[in-house]
Design a protein around this ligand. Structure first.
Ligand code: GLN
Length: 195
């Protein structure tokens, strides 16, 4: 069984734990950098990316997260996706810079603070109810990034090697296919590492 952590500094943590457990993984809330040592993958949840970044700095998580991501799968949802982007539109600096993409925060406008959309997600499946809450979108991706889903021509899910991201909240429905896909990624990576 793979062990997946959910970064527990801020945001929607509990729902990810349940979704990961339902997908056959052992799931733990990560509050200290040392906990990363025995994980096979990490989820960075939604919440508020600037608040999360402040806590990442406060608890000395930035370098440990980068070191972890060098070898292990990471799945970022919403604010977590923002943390993974190489560039954030309109900002001079980004955060972990794991995925070669430019994202725009709060990209769907103020009127539509949150909405649900029916998505087709490559590797995951069709008819996926995407819950968007003050969601970012992916404006541009580099050539090594695979676009997994679009909504109204905007990229809302992507993968680059062992990094997965979604602009929506797959943990807020009881459709666990995207978590199951991430758990499979973690299993594959673990096999490679052991072999
Ligand atoms: N639901 C979310 O995670 C919203 C993300 C938030 N708008 C941010 O910029 O961090």
């Amino acid at each position: 069984m793979v062990k997946i952590g959910v970064l527990g500094l801020q945001g929607a943590v509990r729902e990810h734990i349940l979704a990961l457990e339902a997908s056959g993984a052992e799931a733990v809330i990560v509050k200290k950098a040392e906990q990363l040592d025995d994980l096979d993958g990490l989820v960075m949840p939604g919440g508020e990316s600037t608040a999360m970044r402040r806590l990442i700095d406060k608890y000395d998580f930035l370098q440990p997260l980068k070191d972890f991501a060098a070898h292990k799968p990471v799945f970022g949802t919403c604010a977590g996706l923002i943390l993974m982007a190489k560039k954030i539109h309109g900002q001079d600096s980004a955060h972990l810079e794991l995925i070669d993409m430019t994202v725009e925060r709060n990209a769907f406008g103020r009127q539509v603070d949150s909405f649900e959309a029916d998505l087709m997600i490559t590797h995951v499946g069709e008819d996926f109810a995407g819950v968007f809450i003050r969601a970012p979108y992916i404006m541009e991706v580099g050539q090594d990034v695979e676009i997994l889903s679009k909504h109204n021509d905007r990229i809302v899910a992507a993968q680059q090697g062992h990094f997965l991201c979604a602009a929506f909240h797959p943990e807020l429905t009881d459709d666990y296919r995207m978590h199951a896909y991430f758990v499979e990624m973690a299993k594959e990576k673990k096999k490679e590492t052991v072999a």
